[in-house]
Write a protein that binds this ligand. Sequence first.
Ligand SMILES: [Zn+2]
Length: 276
Amino acid sequence: MKLKKTFLGFAAIALIISCATNPFTGKSTLALVPNSQLFPTSFAQYNQFLNENKVIKGTKQAEMITRVGERIKAATERWMNANGQQGYLNDYKWEYNLVDDKTVNAWCMPGGKIVFYTGILPIAENETAIAAIMGHEVAHALANHGQQRMSAGMLQQIGAVAGNVAIKDEQSRNMFNQAYGIGSQVGVMLPFSRSHESEADKIGLYLMAVAGYNPDEAAELWVRMKANSGGQAPPEFLSTHPSNDSRIAELKKLAPMAKEEAKKFGVTTYRPLGKF
Ligand SMILES: [Zn+2]
C-alpha cells in the first residue's frame, strides 16, 4: 500500500513535469519522454527499418514521394512559424522513403521520418492523395500522438514495477517499438484513438492545402480506402486508420476551412491531381 502511494506520488510528479503543449489544440499532453531523448531512438529505429527493407530509389514514384515530402515539410515550417511555433521543428531531420512492400501503409516516426509502402500507391491513385496521407501522418507526429501512447505505456510499466521511474534503455526502446508498432509486426502502427484521428485529419488537411494540394481529395481518398476494405482482411492502413462515413463527411466539411487557411499563405489555386 505504501509502495503504491509512493508510486502514485512519483507518477504525479512525472505528469506535472512531463506535459507538453500541443501547438495545434493548446491542450496539455502527456510527454514522459522529451524529444531530445525520443528523436535519437526514432532515428535509429528508422535507419534499422530502412536497412532491413527494400528502399526504392530513383524511380518516378520514389521521386514523387520525396517531392511531396519536401512540400509538406515546407508547408509545415511555414504554418508553424506563422502560428508562433518557431523552433518547434528544430530537431526534425525530415526523410521520405518509398519501400517495396505490398502492405497498404504509410507512417511518420517522431522527428519527420516518413515511409510509404508501394502497396498504398494503387489506392492513392494520384499525387494529391499521397499529400493527404502524408499530411495526416506528419500531423500525428507533430501532435506527438505516438509519444502520448508511449508515455501511457510507460506509466503502465512504471505501475508494474511500483515506483521504479528509471526506465532502462532497452525498456525504453521496447516501449518505443510498442507505441510505434515496430518489431514483431514491422512498421504496423497501432490504431490511434478517434480524437487523435480527427486531430490528424484536420491538421493534415491544412498542411496539404498550404503545400498547394487540393484538400477536397482527402475525402475522395478515404472513399477509395473504404471501397478497398472489402474481403476478409482490410488493408493495414485502414485497420489502423478506420474509415467511416462520418469521417468522410467531416473531411468534406473541413476542406473549405483548409482552403481558407491556405489563402493566408497565398495559396488560391491547386496543383493538378497528379494521377499516376
Ligand atoms: Zn491517423
